[in-house]
Design a protein around this ligand. Structure first.
Ligand SMILES: [Fe+2]
Length: 296
């Protein structure tokens, strides 16, 4: 058996606090989002929760950290500098990989702001590509494949979309990788199965078809702010798709308290082994292991 490689996964920090918005920034979709934040969300997304979670995660000394989007809330210009500082406190671009969420591309005006702000954290290993997604980053036995499902949407909608060009490029990259012996992890903000018309990945069927044809070992996502494991059809075996709660959340309504996952990945003969450990924040802001599961 090989030495374990540990991948940590957190998502949806929705970095609090929300800076005061300028009036002219609050047209359209942001006006509703701003009201929602000031009336509700600020109560549940708390910086001290996020800080406790990240400190615990860093103490576990993972080999790499994946962050699957929603770093900011309304994609206001003033949100990106604190979000960059926060991500730098999580780790270096060599050690941390991000993909954007719908809140990072909240409105058209700042839809490409995320890619600019976090470029070192989503730069693929290959020389400059014409489009930033999908990117591939090799770390130890892993090939981290990042896609962007973040698109601006109408008010009250939180759907995502990869689009044909990105799906075709993903299919091509996975085909090129098929001869290599990497543990392939797909990072995407939106889950591939959603019961909600308002929140779903609209071309998830096409993405699932690519995964069925080419296979990956693991899919990691956020967006729903709940724990979830769904099994997708893969090329020669089923693929676990794992979602995680918001990294800054207090438990509220049906949403659990903030948590992150650790995936311990080893090679046994010609098989991958992957064990998931879930660590969650309790009411005293202490972080404890709440579950362990063998995925592969
Ligand atoms: Fe989110």
């Amino acid at each position: 058996m090989t030495e374990p490689f540990t991948l940590a996964h957190l998502s949806d920090p929705h970095l609090p606090p929300l800076p005061t918005a300028r009036l002219r920034e609050l047209a359209g979709k942001r006006a509703l989002g701003y009201l929602n934040w000031t009336r509700n969300r600020h109560k549940y997304h708390r910086r001290e929760v996020l800080d406790a979670l990240v400190a615990d995660m860093q103490a576990q000394r993972p080999d790499h950290i994946a962050v699957t989007g929603d770093l900011v809330n309304l994609a206001l210009e003033a949100e990106f500098t604190p979000a960059q500082a926060w991500l730098e406190s999580v780790g270096t671009p060599q050690h941390v990989t991000v993909v954007p969420g719908n809140h990072d591309a909240y409105v058209r005006a700042t839809r490409h702001r995320f890619t600019g702000a976090f470029e070192p954290y989503l730069r693929g290993d290959a020389a400059a590509a014409d489009m930033p997604f999908p990117f591939v980053r090799r770390r130890g036995p892993l090939a981290l494949i990042g896609v962007s499902s973040a698109v601006p949407t109408l008010p009250l909608m939180a759907t995502g979309r990869l689009g044909r060009a990105q799906l075709d490029a993903l299919d091509h990259k996975l085909a090129q990788m098929s001869a290599e012996d990497a543990f392939r992890v797909l990072l995407v903000h939106h889950p591939l199965h959603s019961g909600s018309r308002m929140k779903r990945l609209t071309d998830s069927k096409a993405l699932r078809a690519v995964l069925k044809r080419r296979g990956v070992e693991l899919v990691l996502h956020g967006h729903d702010h709940v724990h979830s494991t769904v099994w997708l059809e893969g090329a020669d075996r089923q693929i676990p798709a794992v979602g995680v709660p918001s990294a800054s959340a207090l438990a509220h309504r049906h949403y659990p308290a903030a948590a992150y996952n650790l995936f311990s990945i080893t090679r046994e003969g010609n098989q991958w082994r992957c064990v998931q450990t879930v660590r969650a924040v309790d009411t005293d802001f202490r972080v404890k292991q709440i579950k362990q599961a063998t995925l592969l």
